[in-house]
Design a protein around this ligand. Sequence first.
Ligand code: NDP
Length: 247
Amino acid sequence: MFDYQAPSQLLTGKVILVTGAGDGIGKTAAITYAKHGATVILLGRTTKKLEAVYDYIEQQKYPQAAIVPLNLDGAAEHDYIELANTIESEFGHLDGILHNASLLGERTSLATYDPTLFEQVMRVNVTSQLLLNQALLPLLQKAESASIIFTSSGVGRVAKPNWGAYAVSKFATEAMMQLFSSELSELSPNIRANAINPGATRTNMRASAYPEENPDTLATTEEIMPLYLYLMGKDSIDINGQSINAQ
Ligand code: NDP
């Protein structure tokens, strides 16, 4: 596991957007960031799940969260601009984005991959990240120091048969991270961009990809949080353009 002990108030005063915050790794990351003092903006497509995370954060007396129901599949440019306007008026700036939401798509060969599903996976896993970053860059530029974290995968580095659009989307995510990282170091040196490969983690997505696997043999979402904290907080201020394994 990535070795990092986060100070308890690492993210105090920070405003952080987490996509796919209703379930799996995104849910745990949102709660973990709130526990370390951040105001988290919970973005996802299932409002009920986001409300459950919001309520938990409230119960724990962490800083009050905000909910943004948004389906990244159907979202258009104006939805992202509206989101940026809301964050601007509520908080004035943004200190971090965790791009976490993803679709698995089909586990089948490219030769027979459904082109409509291919485009859907690319929209949710790749295009939405571009549109979010474009809309939110002016707010990140206002932060003293801002961190953009992308979520990669083992198949975003070496594509394995039958991982289809998902693998293509994760290669594209690695490229997007590298481009934002190098381009922003000229344009906005206060913003860094890196990627996390979570490794095999006990979530619904993992269970869909490997239905035969015993989930008890996998890392929990809580166990992989040290890297999520490290890359979001000030101890990683000099880390830029890296793709790092959480396990
Ligand atoms: P889950 O499927 O458990 O969670 C994915 C989250 O993304 C859910 O909250 C889901 O919302 C949300 N989401 C999916 N589609 C959309 C959409 N169109 N609009 C908005 N939100 C959406 O997956 P994990 O937690 O396992 O995965 C998190 C990240 O980690 C992903 O990027 C994944 O690729 C990556 N990863 C995971 C690994 C693992 O072993 N778990 C290994 C390698 C990488 P809802 O709950 O409403 O469906």
